[in-house]
Design a protein around this ligand. Sequence first.
Ligand SMILES: CC(C)(COP(=O)(O)OP(=O)(O)OC[C@H]1O[C@@H](n2cnc3c(N)ncnc32)[C@H](O)[C@@H]1OP(=O)(O)O)[C@@H](O)C(=O)NCCC(=O)NCCS
Length: 348
Amino acid sequence: MYQSKIAGMGYYVPKNIYSNDDLTRFMDTSDEWIQERTGIKERRFADRTEETTTTMAIEAAEIAISRAGVTAQDIDFIVFATLSPDYYFPGCGVLLQREMGMREIGALDVRNQCSGFIYALSVADQFIKTGTYKNILVVGSEKHSFAMDFQTRSRNVSVIFGDGAGAVVLQPTQDNHSGILSTHLHSDGADAEILAMYYPGAHANKWLKNKPSFPDQELGGLFLTSEQLESGAALPYMDGPAVFKKAIVKFPEVIREALASNNLSEKDIDLLIPHQANLRISQYVQKLLGLRDDQVFNNIQKYGNTTAASVPIALCEAWESGKIHTGDLVCLAAFGSGFTWASALIRW
Ligand SMILES: CC(C)(COP(=O)(O)OP(=O)(O)OC[C@H]1O[C@@H](n2cnc3c(N)ncnc32)[C@H](O)[C@@H]1OP(=O)(O)O)[C@@H](O)C(=O)NCCC(=O)NCCS
């Protein structure tokens, strides 16, 4: 069995910065409310017409691939995590493969929202461990801005999310003491609807069956109707307080699970990189685990919550700013829609 190591990483955030004050031009909100509840000061929004989830992923991937000392031709598998794909189908993995001129390699799309990157990393880790592949590109990328509603009715969602991408290249290493020590994945679908976007979706007929517009026919239906668009049924829905309550339980749980399975404890963590959901969630988890400020990395202040991109962006930014050293124990952890939650423990 091989061990996987992160051989290169990169991130990309769009140039357009929107401060909290900028958002007050579109909705009834305030810098004070957003900073106090979430810690966010500003976020990046992709160019509306020129940038997509795939183009941002390519920017991040090019840096990761070059830092790994390989070329796009050397990549032998892609795992792409996003909840904001360019198309309903096919997924972004094949678009990335095409645009980067890669060989006819496998491309897998992961739909685990905020935990998506750690799920993707875990899948890649298994393929490296078994010796199946030697260079796997793992990507998290999101263009939330195109689907969010910038009106007051959706302000609890739209002030939180931002756009961006992060990528890593995983390679095998013979050194059994470094690299990914373990990954831990969980889900509980009991509350799947409290952080979700229901439409377009295959259960659209259920929503429509008592509406006058429901087509009177034996088969087929409507994928997305103008009624749904107007009523806001095709917008992301989030019960923020309920998400918060679950997140502060599952984050520490999955971090402790990772430590326990490696006979380690909280004091062994050199850097915790939590999914950037909300600064208050990170601070709560930090306190519960008894970690110092320098043991937890946060950049939500600058980028908001970038869902599947948040962990690789934060990991790469932490590394670039010299916060990760050889031998360090780095813990990645995430929680999000599904609910799904996950962690990965890495010896650098
Ligand atoms: C979304 C979140 C910031 C809301 O904070 P909260 O303190 O729970 O606030 P509530 O939703 O209870 O709303 C409190 C009030 O603020 C208002 N409000 C909501 N969004 C607002 C905004 N952007 N600006 C101003 N006021 C806002 C609400 O309308 C409500 O007003 P009311 O009391 O008059 O009804 C918080 O619940 C949260 O961060 N949850 C976790 C979300 C998350 O991490 N999601 C990503 C999952 S990975």
